[in-house]
Ligand binder design. Structure first.
Ligand SMILES: C[S@@+](CC[C@H](N)C(=O)[O-])C[C@H]1O[C@@H](n2cnc3c(N)ncnc32)[C@H](O)[C@@H]1O
Length: 314
């Protein structure tokens, strides 16, 4: 069968032009299987590596009061649903370009289709927490997107951001360009640049968040995840295992974008990259950046009620 990017049976799955796509997101949305499965693996990796939320947010959500969260680019909804289950007092709004692949929504989860490059649809000072994870491939103005997140955050509220560094490393030392040239191939990064998306957002996440006005208490951490199960540490071994089983799906995720970018044969390059990854001695790894910050101002519970009212009206 001839490859057709808009027909899943013919190898395609991305760029939803067949659905009248109006946005810039260049990967398959979560409702397009098997991307759903890959993103659920990645969710677990984040959770086991850095936790779903930092301790101070856990403390805030555990006080039993009505709280509100905006999950920007909520995708499969896994993070959002875990929040609603762990904290029944919390109302979560997820926004994304496409509907999450779940049919039963918890009563305290509300979903909206919205392109956040057009700004957030909520009033100033609405949410206790705004969560943004891995939405780089759809956002040409990451700074502007973060400013909007801060606008809808109530004073004292928490901004939580995680982004992948799209650059592999060798934990055992050595130059990835020599030891894993196919995996280190820059086509994905240059395809993002061609679409005016900065492929270095994950690497420069601390600076991106630091440049947004109105934030304080900015805490940054950087986390390593093995690309294969080479580590003796049980968590790293498990996240390496999850990464390895998600990797073949990632090849399919990126291929339409790469073909559109002019790559002559992304499948062969990716197959070679998978062969390179099977050498556990080079200890290949990926990293993600993790930021927690607060909006300047005093946190008061009067504004929490405002957030709840907006959710109830929604
Ligand atoms: C790689 S997925 C991961 C996101 C999810 N937060 C997670 O961590 O599992 C990126 C998601 O961001 C969404 N997205 C990208 N650009 C967007 C935009 N402009 N507006 C809303 N959602 C967007 C995509 O539809 C996709 O579901």
């Amino acid at each position: 069968m001839t490859f057709d990017p808009f027909n899943e049976l013919a190898g395609g799955s991305a760029l939803r032009l067949d659905e009248g796509q109006q946005d810039d997101y260049c990967l398959p949305v979560a409702s397009h299987s098997p991307e759903t499965e890959r993103l659920d693996f990645v969710h677990d990796i984040y959770k086991y590596t850095a936790g779903n939320i930092p301790d101070e947010v856990m403390e805030l959500l555990s006080d039993g009061q009505d709280r509100s969260i905006l999950d920007v680019g909520c995708d499969t909804g896994k993070w959002a649903v875990e929040m609603t289950e762990a904290f029944p007092n919390v109302h979560v709004i997820g926004v994304d370009l496409a509907h999450p692949p779940i049919t039963v929504f918890p009563p305290n989860f509300h979903f909206e289709i919205h392109d956040v490059t057009k700004g957030q649809e909520y009033a100033n000072d609405t949410f206790d927490i705004v969560h943004v994870r891995d939405i780089t491939p759809g956002i040409s103005d990451f700074h502007g997107m973060l400013e909007e997140c801060v606008r809808v955050l109530r004073p004292g509220g928490h901004l939580l951001v995680k982004e992948i560094e799209w650059m592999p490393y060798l934990h055992g030392g050595g130059d990835p360009r020599e030891r894993m040239p196919a995996f280190r191939d820059s086509a994905f990064r240059s395809a993002l640049s061609e679409r005016s998306i900065d492929p270095m957002i994950g690497i420069n996440l601390k600076r991106y968040v630091g440049n947004v006005r109105g934030l304080c208490d900015i805490q940054y951490s950087r986390h390593m995840v093995p690309l294969s199960p080479w580590s003796d540490d049980p968590i790293l071994n498990y996240t390496g295992h999850l990464t390895r089983i998600g990797m073949p799906i990632l090849g399919n995720t990126m291929r339409v974008m790469l073909i559109d970018h002019g790559h002559p044969d992304p499948d062969s390059t990716y197959a070679e990259a998978m062969r390179e990854l099977s050498d556990l001695t080079i200890k290949p790894a990926w990293y993600f950046g993790n930021v927690a910050a607060r909006k300047q101002g005093k946190f008061t519970d009067v504004e929490a009620e405002n957030g709840t009212r907006i959710l109830a009206n929604g």
